[in-house]
Write a protein that binds this ligand. Sequence first.
Ligand code: NAP
Ligand code: F7E
Length: 324
Amino acid sequence: MAKTALVTGILGQDGPYLAKFLLGKGYKVYGMVRRYSNPNFDNLDFLGITKKVEYVEGDMTDESSLITNIKNIQPDEVYNLAAQSFVGGSWHQAKLTTEINALGVLYLLNAIKLFSPTTKFYQASTSEMFGLGNTNGYQDENTCFHPRSPYGISKVYAYWTTVNFRESYGLFTCNGILFNHESPIRGIQFVTRKITDGVAKIKKGLADKLYLGNLEAKRDWGFAGDYVEAMHLMLQQEKPGDYVVGTGESHSVQEFVELAFKYVGLDNWRNYVVTDPRYKRPAEIHELKAKTDKVKKILGWQPKMPFEELVKTMVEADLKRYEH
Ligand code: NAP
Ligand code: F7E
């Protein structure tokens, strides 16, 4: 019989990539949508799978909706991707971020524990939990957490709740500690997509300037389509565990900017980019870089798309969007 998976956050960036991957493996995929009155299927449309997913209603802050879904579906696997995931916005909506990202995970795990205890659970943890926790310039599964934003703090709670349900109740729960991963369907406020969209607009004569914050910050950027495979692999192991997933390379925001402008033949990016304090954060993380020995060794996972190709793929997709 086909396996069933419930994916929360189905309308975001990772949800559609994961759903496409699972559908390709023969899964029946349920996607949880919070406002069924006005869902936006653009990202699923982009990957051509909107009609292949079965949608259910539910909100991470509404415990009864999570209980109903777990009871009704009894999924083999739950991938919890739903979150208020924008770090920059988390200072302005710290309580909401905490309710969705932290308490929501407690509600979902309780629902699994009570109504479908054999369900395997994946939690979308993040390199933002590390913050200033730095081991010789990289982060791995043994690095201390020192989050720098309400988002990072909420995810630390969710991480430990996921571990605790494993240790207390024997549930099969895993944390994927994913470093930044991007794609042509990345949310428009995240810096990579903001840059590729801005470059495309400037190239097409639709804008003159691109307003950015801290150009010196460095991140370990990979391709979302590669990373969802690691999520799935975690739930196929004999034992549950927590894994760092990244490329092992870091690049600055400025490097991303330079490559994106260069790709469209605009060599002097300084003519277009304006530094705007509105996009600087109250507390910044200067550099994040993954050490991925565990995920390589135990899951046999490796990223496929190199940095330059990621930038090119995103710029090309945004140029295409402005051709219509
Ligand atoms: P995303 O594009 O922001 O998608 C998040 C999804 O969560 C959205 O579809 C959103 O629904 C949904 N959501 C928000 N609040 C909700 C609520 N109260 N109830 C139910 N659904 C809710 O994020 P992503 O980039 O795909 O990331 C997926 C997950 O991985 C997130 O948990 C993120 O924190 C984590 N993560 C991401 C990265 C990365 O680099 N992308 C790295 C590490 C960890 P709407 O469409 O209705 O707004
Ligand atoms: O910022 C700097 C900014 O918003 C990256 C989420 O998916 O990955 C993501 O979080 C860097 C930061 O992503 C602008 O200060 C400069 O240093 O693209 P971002 P993020 O904060 O790293 C992690 C792993 C997650 O878990 C999150 O859910 O870029 N930056 N100028 C800017 N950032 C933005 N957004 N906008 C700017 O204009």
